[in-house]
Ligand binder design. Structure first.
Ligand SMILES: *Cc1c(COP(=O)(O)O)cnc(C)c1O
Length: 388
């Protein structure tokens, strides 16, 4: 099995090495303030054998920290209340740093260890930073993060607690993104910026393998719908990548419907899908994001073009929810199922609540619960009508 990067736009191949991020000719067409061009996907030449998730770094390089294999479970009370026997929660709050981001950090760390990388650097709205800091600590890899000063305090404390270096950016995530890229270009440190580093998409595909496996174990049949809280569109692309792998390996017969669940105040991918700015520029100029769901608040969705192409190719959907719908969904998921999720993840539940009438109640709907509610107590307190 020979692994390589392949440009999703022009098919050019590249070696999988730490300094390779985008496809050179395609990245040259990059417009300012638009999603990244020249996103690379990981590909293999000869189909892997066996049941393990095929990944481009050998198992021996992964650090000693238990990422992934999170529970997929049936919220019985919610199933009864909404007459939805096919409702499932994929609880990625159980990852070591409390978020789905650990899946990507884990693979990036494995590549870094394999190649003797000296430092990993990234920008983050909070969870990617706390995640890379945690996985970096397990791996013994120095981590430097550029974090907007407004990031929730729990995420900042996690970064420091895990021993990473924190650069507080007096600005938005988008500004932190650009600053961290400047730094990695200058120093040669490995960038874990989401979408930009192709392994951030690849690392997240493991969730699709787990969903497929666990539904089979439960004799529940195939996955019909996946609800994905979406900001930059990297989790969305990772979910697609995993199911694409499963299709290629002949383990599933069809692609599930993937739903991009976005907040009203940060809905660039939904707009590009449902109401494009123009045919040649579906995203148009960025709109400043404003939502209680910080993890899905982005002005420019970095993986927007790539995610949009996947949604179009496979008949994916988008659903947009308001902050009050998100906070109501957060309370409902906590009190109705016992799962306290952060606002971004609650947007997946809010999205499902919004469209469930259009779906057959027999279909398997998997909600990706991507981050723990304890990461942003202030938002949850607002939802409860408390002052903090
Ligand atoms: C990052 C994040 C998301 C959104 O992922 P994107 O790849 O930016 O679309 C959703 N939920 C949580 C908890 C996150 O940390």
């Amino acid at each position: 099995m020979q692994w390589h990067y392949r440009c999703a736009t022009c098919d050019t191949r590249y070696e999988i090495v730490p300094g390779r991020y985008l496809c050179d000719p395609c990245a040259r067409g990059q417009q300012p303030d638009r999603p990244l061009e020249g996103i690379l996907e990981v590909n293999w030449e000869v189909d892997p054998q066996g049941t393990a998730v095929p990944l481009p770094v050998e198992a021996e390089w992964f650090p000693a920290i238990p990422v992934g294999n999170t529970p997929l479970w049936a919220p019985e009370r919610l199933r009864r209340e909404f007459a939805a026997p096919g409702l499932w929660l994929k609880d990625d709050t159980c990852n070591p740093s409390g978020s789905f981001k650990d899946r990507a950090s884990y693979l990036v760390a494995a590549l870094a260890l394999k190649h003797g990388v000296k430092e990993i650097v990234l920008a983050s709205t909070g969870n990617a930073a706390s995640s890379m800091a945690a996985v970096g600590a397990a791996a013994g890899l120095p981590v430097k993060v550029f974090l907007p000063a407004a990031a929730p305090v729990a995420k900042r404390i996690q970064v420091l607690q895990y021993g990473a270096e924190l650069v507080s950016v007096d600005g938005t995530y988008d500004q932190a993104f650009d600053l961290s890229l400047e730094y990695s270009k200058k120093t040669g440190s490995l960038s874990r910026n989401t979408a930009y580093n192709p392994l951030t998409i690849e690392g997240k595909k493991t969730v699709a393998f787990e969903i497929d496996h666990d539904l089979l174990q439960a004799e529940a049949g195939a996955c019909d719908h996946v609800f994905v809280p979406t900001g930059d569109g990297v989790i969305l692309a990772g979910v697609y990548r995993g199911f694409e792998n499963l299709l290629k390996l002949g383990r599933i017969a069809r692609m599930p419907v993937v739903w991009a669940c976005q907040a009203e105040g940060s809905s660039a991918i939904a707009r590009a899908l449902q109401d494009p700015f123009s045919a040649s520029d579906p995203f148009g100029p960025p709109r400043p994001s404003k939502t209680v769901a910080d993890s899905i608040a982005v002005d420019v969705p970095r993986n927007g073009s790539h995610a949009l192409a996947k949604l179009k190719r496979y008949g994916g959907q988008a659903v947009v929810v308001s902050d009050s719908e998100i906070l109501a969904a957060q309370r409902k998921l906590s009190a109705g199922a016992g799962l306290f999720a952060e606002p971004s993840s609650s947007a997946a539940f809010a999205g499902w609540l919004k469209v469930r009438d259009r779906l057959s109640s027999e279909e398997n709907c998997v909600l990706l619960i991507t981050g723990s509610g304890l990461k942003d107590i202030k938002a949850a307190a607002t939802g409860l009508g408390l002052e903090t």
